[in-house]
Design a protein around this ligand. Structure first.
Ligand code: GDP
Ligand code: MG
Length: 433
């Protein structure tokens, strides 16, 4: 296996950059970089000069001895001063001493091959890295800690026990199963199916946590849609003017509320227009109406929004600051002012309650990864097939179906995946991970 090198921190200027090397030659490459034949004590930081051509940097270096490292191989980490050129030079120098540039996800792939991580755990690390909300981070972290893997292993073990029982008796074709035995097998299979189905149900909520809620802001021109996007996201992302037709393309901005990401889509005011560009904007607004999970129908004193949608929606009356105090508020509307921020926080609560209908429990297992969902669904479909034909099938057919169900589960953790699939999964990871 080659020795690989990559930058583990983002490319660019920073206080420190971390360069990682993994493989047999790690230690000798490090010795060459520091021009010293030091026998490094594993997991101990050393302050050393690193030589790259004419450049000398002072860096912290650490050596991890196989198997006690992230990849399970000998690993070196060099904390040099941050700087695109410097880090690149150190990497080039390592390559000149025998390392090769790592491909995306190659460190994690090696960790998997060496039994340090299951694939779903490695995917959990990526989810944690990419998390934009606290809840997403929490799900990534529980995946990384092996919460899904443990559940899958338990279910696989239950299937293995059934298989062992069947296989032992397959050698004795004359063996007659008692009713108690067959009904026991059937009940266990049904029980496993129920568990997996509830996992799939949880994935709907997991997807909300992972992907967020899409909210389209629609209404007539000038009612304050762009102002509302800015107020909710506490940004100035959308241009606000008193000129009707200012917003033409869709403007996107996010905010987080109670751990959920809400993705707002500010749209062009929907009305009859002769302006070519605005017309395209209006058709995009109509598309956003179709693609979203929730619609904010925005009105003001002059323009009551009459857009009809079959999506969940909230009627908003903006510019409440302009209303006469004695004005009676209609209970159909949430009155807000993007100018004074009146009711903006309350609106966030209303949006949350309208879209999040489940309790977010911290210890609940949510599956969010489409690959995992596919594997579980495939497993369920094999189980469905065994269960529905159980009374008429022979035990060897049943056994084959159970093996196939077991195999689908193994793809989640990687125990039954083939090389092509494994390569495909890890290639989606980032460089240096
Ligand atoms: N008084 C008042 N004016 C507002 C409020 N919200 C927006 N406006 C004004 O209404 C005009 C249109 O706002 P804009 O957000 O561009 O509306 P859009 O066309 O629906 O995106 C701008 O002049 C804003 O300053 C509000 O809450 N109160
Ligand atoms: Mg606008």
């Amino acid at each position: 296996m080659s020795t690989i090198v990559a930058l583990a921190t983002p490319a660019g200027n920073s206080g420190v950059a971390v360069i990682r090397i993994s493989g047999e030659k790690s230690k000798t490459i490090l010795q060459k970089l520091i021009k010293e034949d030091l026998d490094f004590e594993p997991r101990k930081m050393y302050l050393k000069n690193v030589y790259v051509g004419e450049i000398v940097d002072t860096a912290l270096v650490v050596f991890f001895s196989t198997p006690n490292s992230f990849t399970g191989e000998d690993v070196v980490e060099i904390q040099s001063h941050g700087g695109y050129l410097l880090a690149q030079k150190i990497i080039d120098e390592a390559i000149s001493h025998g390392a090769t540039m790592a491909t995306p996800g190659e460190f994690s792939k090696r960790a998997f091959i060496n039994g340090k991580l299951s694939i779903d755990q490695a995917e959990g690390i990526m989810d944690l890295i990419n998390a934009e909300s606290e809840l997403q981070a929490r799900l990534g972290s529980s995946l990384m800690q092996g919460q899904l893997k443990e559940n899958i292993n338990k279910i696989q073990l239950a299937l293995t026990e059934i298989l062992a029982e069947i296989e032992a008796k397959l050698d004795y074709p004359e063996y007659e199963y008692t009713t108690a035995e067959t009904s026991n097998i059937l009940e266990t299979l049904k029980d496993i199916r129920t568990k997996l189905t509830s996992l799939i149900d949880s994935s709907k909520n997991g997807s909300v946590i992972k992907n967020g809620i899409k909210v389209a802001i629609v209404g007539a021109p000038n009612v304050g849609k762009s102002s509302l996007l800015n107020a909710l996201t506490k940004s100035q992302k959308a241009i606000v003017t008193n000129i009707a037709g200012t917003t033409r393309d869709i403007i996107e901005a996010d905010y987080e509320y109670k751990g959920i990401i809400f993705k707002l889509y500010d749209t062009a005011g929907i009305h009859e227009s002769d302006d070519e560009v605005e017309k395209i904007g209006i058709s995009r607004a109509k598309q956003a109406l179709k693609d979203c999970d929730l619609v904010l129908l925005v009105s003001d004193e002059n323009n009551i929004c009459d857009i009809i949608t079959d999506k969940p929606s909230i009627k908003i009356f903006n510019k409440s600051d302009l209303l006469n105090k004695k004005y009676t508020q209609s209970s159909n509307y949430i009155y807000v002012s993007t100018k004074t921020n009146e009711n903006i926080e309350n609106l966030k609560e209303v949006i949350f309650n309208k879209t999040i209908t489940f309790d977010i429990k911290s210890n609940q297992l949510y599956i969010t990864n489409t690959r995992h969902i596919e594997c579980v669904k495939n497993c369920i479909s094999r189980l469905e097939s065994v269960i529905s034909t159980f009374s008429t099938s022979t035990m060897d057919i049943i056994s084959n179906e159970i093996k196939s169900a077991w195999s689908y589960l193994g793809e989640i953790t990687g125990t039954t995946s083939n090389e092509t699939i494994i390569d495909k999964i890890f290639s989606k990871f980032c460089l240096g991970k």
